[in-house]
Design a protein around this ligand. Structure first.
Ligand code: HEM
Length: 400
């Protein structure tokens, strides 16, 4: 075991190598040589980069690692992130048990696999309608703006009971919140605006109860107004940015691997395993899941002191050769089910059954209805979301 070095070793690498689907090469190097590696954040604070698959699983299920952003040493990815996570009612994503469990329990009934599968016809109707509108507008379309974003946005609005007419407002606000370059004062403003909007919505549900998720949460009477609004916010943001980027970036991966797209078109029953492979291969939550140690912990031959930050780089873990043979290869026939794209442990994504239904429907429909879907610009003109907490392609002009 080595002892903690006096000076931090690196800063957080964001630049990708030649393949836009692969995490920055520095993470692969770290996983091979030092799967738990000390580095420093933008503010000079020390932090541990965890890149190995097993090491990630250990951190994510070990109660000695806390997800509570109010702990000293919590690894904020930017000044705006610190504002976002500390200056408001924390969502259960950034709380530990038992508080986390109490809040998460309120949702699990609505997010079980059976429930998500029952929502499949509604999701499919949304997918078809959004696609019809895109086709009606004519070529070229931006697959991000005209398809990938509206699908999960409409689904989460329907589920929560948020008026879709307000989508431009909350899409813009969430995009400001997930942008790591947003200065703290702008995060504060966006936070204030969306909280005021959701407070009003919660109040409206209290006056006129309905059977949407938010309506039911309010009616249960177990959560305060602020807790209900915080719950709505985390679902709204987590529920559409991640899925939207998986849809557009996932379609890009299929266009860049035409033999895999052809196999999926020929054998559509492979869609389930194709989605798992896309989740592994793309790992859109790419800057790491943040935790802090509550006591000294030995991990991967390193001593992590109590109160030090840890970033679980699930994108690097999903490329770990010890678990995935030839991990750089995108292969929809492989068994990718043990990927960590939805996290692991008590915070593992509560929305994953719904996300899977949305991804199957959105990508399956694009493949089926648009057999000639292709990029309208050369590959090298595409730009990627290196500055956002959720990775993907910024715009994706397409023809069909
Ligand atoms: C493909 C799409 C998605 C991906 C890749 C994804 C990824 C993740 C990851 C990695 C976490 C764990 C965070 C951590 O441990 O720090 C998480 C948690 C969470 N996700 Fe997702 N997510 C997706 C879709 C959704 C959807 C559709 C919803 C809701 C409708 C949602 C709601 C949440 C919530 C509420 C949490 C916090 C769970 C907890 O702390 O107990 N996600 N997600």
């Amino acid at each position: 075991m080595t002892t903690t070095p006096a000076a931090p070793a690196t800063t957080l690498p964001a630049e990708r190598g030649s393949c836009p689907f692969a995490p920055p090469p520095a993470y692969d190097d770290a996983r091979r040589t030092e799967p738990v590696k000390r580095m420093s954040l933008w503010n000079g604070e020390p932090c541990w980069l965890v890149t190995g698959y097993e090491e990630n699983r250990i951190v994510l299920q070990d109660r000695r690692f806390s997800a509570d952003a109010r702990n000293a040493g919590f690894p904020f990815l930017s000044p705006g992130r610190r504002q976002l996570l500390t200056k408001a009612q924390p969502s259960f994503l950034r709380l530990d048990d038992p508080e986390h469990a109490r809040l998460r329990r309120m949702l699990t009934g609505d997010f079980i696999v059976k429930r998500a599968q029952a929502q499949q016809p509604q999701v499919q109707a949304i997918v078809d309608d959004v696609l019809d509108r895109m086709l009606a507008k004519g070529e070229p379309a931006d697959l991000v703006r005209d398809f990938a974003l509206p699908v999960p946005s409409r689904v989460i609005c329907l589920l929560l009971g948020v008026p879709y007419a307000d989508h431009e407002f909350f899409e813009r606000t969430s995009s400001v919140l997930v942008d790591l370059t947003t200065p703290p004062d702008q995060v504060k403003q966006a936070q204030g605006e969306i909280r005021a909007y959701l407070d009003e919505l919660v109040e409206a549900k209290r006056r006129h109860p309905d059977d949407t998720l938010l309506g039911k949460l309010v009616a249960r009477g177990e959560l305060s107004q602020t807790e209900c609004a915080a719950m709505a916010l985390v679902l709204l943001v987590a529920g559409h940015e991640t899925t939207a980027n998986m849809i557009s970036f996932g379609m890009l991966a299929l266009l860049r691997n035409p033999e895999q797209a052809a196999l999926l078109r020929a054998e559509p029953e492979r869609i389930g395993s194709a989605i798992e492979e896309l989740l592994r291969y793309l790992s859109v939550v790419h800057f790491g899941l943040p935790r802090t140690t509550l006591e000294d912990v030995e991990l991967g031959g390193q001593l992590i002191r109590a109160g030090e930050g840890v970033l679980c780089m699930i994108s690097a873990a999903n490329r770990d050769e010890s678990l995935f043979t030839d991990p750089e290869r995108f292969d929809i026939t492989r068994d990718s089910r043990r990927h960590l794209a939805f996290g692991f442990g008590v915070h593992q994504c509560v929305g994953q059954p719904l996300a899977r239904v949305e991804l199957r429907s959105a990508l399956g429909t694009l493949l089926r209805r648009l057999p000639d879907l292709r990029l309208a610009v050369p590959d090298d003109q595409l730009e990627y979301r290196t500055d956002k907490a959720v990775y993907g392609v910024r715009e994706m002009p397409v023809l069909w």
